[in-house]
Design a protein around this ligand. Structure first.
Ligand code: TMP
Length: 198
């Protein structure tokens, strides 16, 4: 659901006259999309946790240098579907790498930039898996390498995000995502409107 929500938010902000770019991770540039394919292809097999963390960081470094920093310098709003927090949670808590190591390599990869606002769309892993199954059936798609992980892995990931959100309630806003597209978008827009009036 986050891709749909981000597209709606982009259109909302464009309608308000802002310059906006919508991008995603892993991906967002031709090289980073190639790294994405390597990371998500089940045929890549077992990728050792450190290599996985470095591949995500490498795709991010390219994305920051080629897209995010230039856009920010041009005064645009950058909406990014996932960023460093996904690495802290998936590669750190999910794969068991020391979170500080993930923070350090990503500090290097991002040249130190951090988001102003992070919206976390929260679902239980059971709800998330049910949605994936539905989407894949509709699109005749297979689960990717990460989506094949266990429910236990996704419980760790969810808890990791919720714990991160608690460390900085100013930056993270958690939205209950077991709802209609319209209701979720309304909550996101309310947050964004509030953000821009402060
Ligand atoms: P997506 O399915 O939301 O496009 O994200 C691709 C997958 O990559 C998703 O399973 C989460 C995972 N991921 C990480 O493990 N670490 C990261 O740093 C990022 C950005 C995504």
């Amino acid at each position: 659901g986050k891709t749909t929500q981000l597209k709606m938010l982009r259109d909302y902000l464009l309608g308000k006259g802002y310059e906006v770019i919508l991008t995603r991770e892993p991906g967002g540039t031709p090289l980073a999309e190639k790294i994405r394919n390597l990371l998500l292809d089940p045929a890549s097999g077992e990728i050792c946790p450190v290599a996985e963390a470095l591949l995500y960081a490498a795709s991010r470094a390219q994305h920051v240098a080629e897209v995010i920093l230039p856009s920010l310098q041009q005064g645009k709003i950058v909406l990014c579907d996932r960023f460093v927090d996904s690495s802290i949670v998936y590669q750190g808590l999910g794969r068991g790498i020391e979170p500080q190591a993930i923070i350090d390599i990503n500090h290097f990869a991002t040249q130190g930039i951090t988001p102003d606002l992070t919206i976390l769309l929260d679902l239980t892993p059971e709800q998330g898996m049910a949605r994936l199954a539905k989407r894949n059936k509709e699109k005749s798609q297979e689960l990717d390498r990460l989506e094949q992980e266990s429910l236990e892995f996704y419980h760790k990931v969810r808890q990791g995000y919720l714990d991160l959100a608690k460390t900085s309630p100013e930056r993270y806003k958690v939205i209950e995502a077991d709802d209609s597209i319209e209701n979720i978008q309304q909550r996101i827009v309310a947050l964004i409107d509030k953000y821009f009036t402060i």
